[in-house]
Design a protein. Structure first.
Length: 208
């Protein structure tokens, strides 16, 4: 029988491994794991890691990246934050800190091996995983991932067709830093996003 997702989430929120027993340098601030689990949601958003605003509020994608992601999915904030619709599990649950250039560090390496297999097993009802960014794609797509993020996302049809349960779709990170990428890859808006919105609407509408 699967674990209770909420009990597992409470265990994760109390986790301090990245501070007390880190891989490499310790987390430079107090951990604040951010995630949304569900026993009924059919869609999992597999993100990267919280940014500064998410760390401050404890609400996933509570920033301009979230606004863009919600636009891509065709849902409003109420639907997005309904745990009956979406589970949200970043690859690293805590804000990893900033690098020398002022950008976010990669997700902490402790989180995924420690927690992700248990989380996925605890939510067997998930039908669709949206793998957002390189780190999520590396974990969830495995051999279906191409050499670069662009190639992986461009090959979304094959990734989706080759996946079973759950189905997989790769996305770039919705950060505004990727606005140039979106301009260089107009197929993402004209071909991928209509398909994505259709898949979301079909699964969201099934029980609502």
């Amino acid at each position: 029988m699967p674990e209770d997702p909420e009990a597992l989430a409470a265990e994760i929120r109390a986790c301090r491994v990245c501070r007390d027993a880190p891989i490499g340098a310790a987390l430079p601030h107090e951990p604040r794991p951010v995630l949304v689990v569900s026993s009924t949601a059919k869609i999992l958003i597999a993100g990267q890691a919280p940014g500064t605003r998410v760390h401050a509020t404890g609400i996933p994608f509570n920033d301009p990246s979230g606004d863009r992601l919600r636009d891509w999915l065709g849902v409003d904030r109420d639907r997005f934050y309904d745990p009956g619709t979406f589970a949200i599990l970043p690859m690293g649950f805590c804000f990893p800190g900033l690098d020398a250039a002022g950008g976010d560090m990669p997700p902490r390496r402790e989180c995924a091996p420690l927690w992700r297999p248990r989380l996925m097993a605890a939510m067997p009802q998930i039908e669709l995983v949206l793998a957002v960014g390189l780190h999520a794609q590396a974990w969830h797509l495995g051999a279906a991932r191409s050499a670069s993020l662009t190639e992986t996302v461009r090959d979304w049809r094959s990734v989706f067709a080759a996946s079973t349960t759950p189905a997989m779709l790769p996305l770039p990170h919705p950060s505004w830093r990727n606005s140039g990428w979106l301009k260089r890859n107009p197929w993402f808006g004209t071909e991928f996003l209509p398909f994505l919105k259709e898949e979301i609407a079909r699964r969201v509408g099934a029980d609502n």
